[in-house]
Structures are given as structure tokens and as C-alpha cells.
Design a protein around this ligand. Structure first.
Ligand code: GLU
Length: 314
């Protein structure tokens, strides 16, 4: 059940069918790939009578400059496409106590780690096929004296002892996805709560039972599913949707030209144009067809979604 001060249920009545969410980071304006993922999260939630919640992932304060202004522009762009969200809006920066409480709940399976990236790279065994290097466990079983000594050298990160659990999640688009869960970071050495912890704690508290996001996060799903269970939550349904890429095949980014609604408007293409492009890219509309979200929702079928990236030329 939802818990904590920002849990759903006080201001709104949660849908019995559960909830999806869209969780942008307010680092820059949303580009057409981010907007396409938001449209898909909306289709997945609305086509299954779920609520759709919006969560602002503003924890990474080094990177998130002027997050408030960026957030306001992101919300305006989502509204310009016609996407609506159910209350309450959740900001991760308001939920620091919930992350601390979750780590406390995990008890003595959480341990301090003093390793630098370089030490980890040098000690790690061979990388996995996707380049990921599991944490080699250097700080897992230090004595109190060793800990006290290492604490002098640098601030500790916090890791969770996962005993290399092997976890399989089922993704709506990718089928079964198996991953080995290493002792991943819950809090970084600079004190910031880690993405994997915050996402899981928030999804549980918000009653999220459907996670739709870009497929560059697919490899995080086994880790997050495992942590969900450790915290007593229910593993959500996952749909990792394909990316929009630039002409070089690389994940779209701000530097790729006219990619945000503001950039597109400057070249005479409005939100209606953007929605039509998104619809065409998902095989939901013909070239040149005027579309509304309601029409697209009636055509939406996860089984017909493309599984490969779409190129946006800008
Ligand atoms: N905040 C992440 C992003 O903008 C998404 C995290 C998630 O959906 O789990 O890429």
C-alpha cells in the first residue's frame, strides 16, 4: 500500500486499475523522443483504465540547473500535446525522507563503500556483454577497523548486498529479460540518492503498477524489480519502448537541431505537427493525416508497436 507523506490517496482517489507514470528529469527541454515516450506512457495507461502520474526526477542537483523553469516548460509541452496526468504531481526532491526510510528498512544488508570508479574498474571481473561491470564486492565484508580507516579517505557511498541474485522480468515488448543483480549503489558518495533507489521507492509509494519508459533503461529493470520485492512492493508491468535516434543512430539529444517543441515552433512546426510525426513513427497514422490523441488511443495496440529505433532528421 502507498505510504509516506507524498503517497497517493490523500488528494485523489487512486484508480482500482492501478497507475502508470511518466518520469522526466528536468535537465533540459523534452525532445521529440522524450515526448514520444510520454505519449506512449499515456496510451498504455489510458488504454488499460489506469491513472497516469507525473514524477519530476530532480534529484541530481549538480546537473539540474534552473530545474523549476525547465520543469514548467516540460509540463507546458506535455499539455500542448494534449496529455493529461492525474494528481498529485510528485517531485523527488520532496521525498528525501522516504529514501532514507527505505534504506533504514533494508537494515544491515546496506553497507558503506569507499571505492573510486577506477578501483572498481581495476578490480572488476570481465564486463558483461552490454559493457556493464558488476561491483566486485571490495567493501562488502570489511571489518569495523578497516571501515574506520577507509572512512578517513573519502565519503562513503551506500550499496545493497544482493548476492548476485538472478532476476527475470517480463517486458510487454521484449519478453523475458534476465539480469544478475550486483551490489548496486543506493546513495552516492556525494550524498545524492541513487536513481535505482528513488525510482523503486517512488513507484511503490505512488501505486505504480505499469512502467513505460525508453528501452535504454531495460537493463535496469531486473535490479529495480529485485529491490521492489526487498521493499515489500509488487513488481510492475514493464514496457520499454524504442528510442528516437539522430541520423547517426545515436539517442536523440538537444544538440541534434530542432528537436524540442520550441525549436520546432521556430521552424514553423507546431505541437499538432509533432503529434502527427509521433503517430506516423508508431505506425498509428498515415503521412499527412491530421490526428487527435483520442483517435490514436482507439488505434493503439502494444502488439503493433515498432521494436526498433526511429530516426528523427530534425
Ligand atoms: N528520469 C528518467 C529519464 O528521464 C526516467 C526514469 C524511469 O522512467 O524510470 O530518463
Amino acid at each position: 500500500m502507498p505510504t509516506g507523506p507524498n503517497a497517493r490517496g490523500t488528494e485523489s482517489t487512486p484508480s482500482a486499475a492501478g497507475a502508470g507514470r511518466y518520469a522526466p528529469s528536468p535537465t533540459s527541454d523534452l525532445h521529440i523522443g522524450n515526448l514520444r515516450t510520454a505519449v506512449l506512457a499515456w496510451f498504455f495507461a489510458r488504454s488499460t483504465d489506469r491513472d497516469l502520474l507525473l514524477r519530476v526526477e530532480d534529484l541530481d542537483t549538480d546537473r539540474v540547473r534552473a530545474a523549476g523553469e525547465t520543469e514548467a516548460r516540460q509540463l507546458a509541452d506535455l499539455a500542448a500535446l494534449g496529455l493529461d496526468f492525474d494528481p498529485p504531481l510528485v517531485r523527488q526532491s520532496d521525498r528525501l525522507d522516504a529514501y532514507a526510510a527505505a534504506v533504514a528498512q533494508l537494515g544491515d544488508r546496506v553497507y558503506e563503500c569507499y571505492c573510486t570508479r577506477r578501483e572498481i574498474a581495476e578490480a572488476a571481473s570481465a564486463p558483461h556483454a552490454d559493457g556493464f561491470r558488476p561491483y566486485p564486492g571490495t567493501c562488502r565484508d570489511l571489518t569495523d577497523a578497516e571501515r574506520a580507516a577507509r572512512r578517513q579517505s573519502r565519503p562513503a557511498a551506500l550499496r545493497i548486498r544482493a548476492d548476485s541474485a538472478e532476476v527475470t522480468v517480463t517486458d510487454v515488448l521484449h519478453g523475458p529479460v534476465t539480469g544478475v543483480v550486483d551490489d548496486f549503489v543506493l546513495r552516492r558518495g556525494d550524498g545524492a540518492w541513487a536513481y535505482n533507489l528513488a525510482v523503486v521507492v517512488d513507484d511503490i509509494a505512488m501505486g505504480v503498477d505499469q512502467v513505460v519508459r525508453a528501452d535504454d533503461l531495460l537493463s535496469s529493470a531486473p535490479r529495480q524489480a529485485w529491490l521492489t520485492e526487498q521493499l515489500g512492493g509488487r513488481i510492475p508491468a514493464y514496457a520499454h519502448v524504442p528510442l528516437v535516434v539522430n541520423s547517426a543512430g545515436v539517442r536523440l539529444a538537444k544538440r541534434d537541431g530542432a528537436v524540442s517543441l520550441a525549436d520546432l515552433a521556430a521552424t514553423g512546426r507546431d505541437a499538432t505537427w509533432a503529434l502527427a510525426w509521433i503517430a506516423r513513427s508508431l505506425n498509428l497514422a498515415q503521412t499527412g493525416e491530421q490526428v487527435t490523441l483520442a483517435t490514436l488511443l482507439s488505434r493503439f495496440d502494444p502488439a503493433d508497436l515498432p521494436l526498433t529505433p526511429t530516426v528523427f532528421e530534425g
